[in-house]
Ligand binder design. Structure first.
Ligand SMILES: Cc1cc2nc3c(=O)[nH]c(=O)nc-3n(C[C@H](O)[C@H](O)[C@H](O)COP(=O)(O)OP(=O)(O)OC[C@H]3O[C@@H](n4cnc5c(N)ncnc54)[C@H](O)[C@@H]3O)c2cc1C
Length: 425
């Protein structure tokens, strides 16, 4: 156990990891395998597979398909403890929890990820939830399904069209995936399950402030994605920054648009952890780390994933966080057991991808690319492979196969606690 001379510690460990997302969990498993005394702190009790949140929001998967209790994953490692708590600060060699408790560390790993930014309009979040948590994905699913229910019973054609309009703000991979999935879900539900609705009344708007969607991909892949989305009935609005959002309405280029559901998929900001170290001004709010993921000036603290910035910045991707977590786990084991640790983390790019819809996806491997059904199959294969355990892999693979054959969406549930009807004035 690390020496910790500070008074009034409520717990302590040789290694404390804050955040059990993609990076933190990999790191904890590496330390657990080597028997290192480790405490993992997360404000959620589950690890969340964020890349498939849009499938929960569009009723293709259930929340439990993409979330796994952290205790279940780490329970097999005797030297690893788990604490459900929110970290709010770091003081000397202790993290401070939201209830004032303090946890001492020998080494600290910060893996607290990122959140959506509403570019100074935090009040928009209530009307335009993003896809960062199960709660938000369920809220979107609820609003989408309620808009269709309300449209079925209204006699006012203008109101019906407004309720059947879904706006997705942000044309990155999440916005593209969401737009394709909403178009498929809406068409399927109207054709099969709703008697008073017509497919021609449905609108899916993908609103992007920049000149093209999938700006992080080569231009030809953006064009391919835009073509496929338009064929699926998605209207793409480019150079169209959103100016205002209110219940049932958003304003784009001075024009108000009445909508049944708004989904936010624009702009990511790092977690506030840089502020705990007094570094919030550096690296756009990310914590600056060296090539070995150590925080500059604090060799006992490491950061990784979406909340860290290496000398050569890496994109905010699950594969980056996972690789860093695995590497840092091995480095810390070497350090603690007195062996010379590896000093430089090297990212191996496994390809950047986005799903567009049935039989359509894009893959960018840098030197070569893939589109169409093969990319779609590879996307599905990779995402199943990345799920946290065999049970989840099997469950999701079976459900996707059934959905591919039947086109059914099994998780079309409107929960009873808050079935609010969308407001269209
Ligand atoms: C909708 C969506 C789709 C995505 N799709 C893809 C994709 O297809 N491919 C891809 O590579 N990447 C994708 N990403 C990005 C990917 O999910 C992130 O890059 C990855 O999750 C970063 O991992 P991380 O370990 O840094 O943080 P996360 O995985 O976000 O984990 C952070 C953890 O820290 C915890 N935490 C945060 N703050 C505190 C605190 N103060 N106290 C305690 N615990 C805290 C959180 O509860 C969470 O468990 C997507 C992201 C989103 C939101």
């Amino acid at each position: 156990m690390a020496e910790n001379t500070q008074a009034a510690l409520d717990a302590q460990a040789d290694v404390v990891i804050v955040g059990a997302g993609f990076g933190g969990l990999e790191c904890a498993m590496g330390l657990g395998r080597a028997g290192v005394d480790t405490l993992v702190i997360d404000r959620r009790n589950h690890n969340l597979f964020q890349p498939l949140l849009y499938q929960v929001a569009t009723a293709a998967l259930s929340p439990a398909d993409i979330a796994e209790p952290i205790r279940k994953t780490l329970g097999r490692y005797q030297s690893v403890r788990v604490m459900l708590a929110e970290v709010t600060d770091i003081q000397d060699s202790a993290v401070v929890l939201s209830d004032g408790r303090r946890v001492g560390f020998g080494k600290l790993v910060i893996a607290t990820g990122s959140d959506y930014t509403y570019f100074g309009h935090d009040d928009w979040r209530e009307h335009a939830p993003g896809l960062k948590s199960l709660r938000e994905a369920r809220k979107i699913r609820q609003r989408l399904l309620m808009a269709f229910e309300a449209a079925e019973t209204t006699r006012d054609p203008a109101k019906r069209k407004a309720l059947l309009t879904t706006a997705i703000v942000g044309g990155g991979p999440t916005g593209v995936e969401m737009a394709g999935a909403v178009a498929e879900l809406g068409r399927f539900m109207i054709r099969r399950d709703f008697r008073a609705l017509e497919v021609r009344d449905m609108r899916v708007l993908l609103i992007e402030a920049g000149p093209r969607i999938l700006a992080g991909f080569p231009a030809n892949l953006s064009d391919y994605a835009a073509g496929r989305l338009r064929r699926a009935g998605v209207e793409i609005m480019l150079d169209a920054p959103v100016e205002a959002i209110a219940p049932g309405e958003l304003v784009v280029s001075d024009a108000p648009i009445a909508v049944g559901c708004i989904i936010w998929a624009a702009g990511i900001k790092p977690s506030p952890a840089a502020g705990w170290l007094g570094l919030e001004q550096a690296a756009k709010g990310r914590i600056p780390v060296d090539d070995g993921l150590a925080v500059i000036g604090r060799p006992d603290i490491y950061a990784m994933g979406d909340t860290a910035s290496m000398p050569t910045p890496l994109p905010g991707l699950a594969q980056v966080a996972k690789q860093q977590g695995r590497w840092l786990g091995a480095r810390l084991v070497a350090e603690i057991s007195g062996q010379p640790p590896a000093e430089t983390f090297r990212f191996r790019n496994r390809g950047n991808t986005a799903m567009i819809g049935r039989n359509a996806a894009v893959f960018d491997f840098g030197t070569w690319q893939l589109t169409g059904p093969l990319a779609w199959f590879l996307w599905a294969f990779v995402h199943v492979a990345l799920l946290v355990n065999f049970e989840k892999k099997l469950l999701v693979a079976v459900q996707w196969t059934a959905r591919y054959v039947t086109r059914q969406r099994g998780a079309r549930l409107i929960e009873e606690d808050n079935p609010t009807v969308p407001r269209i004035d």
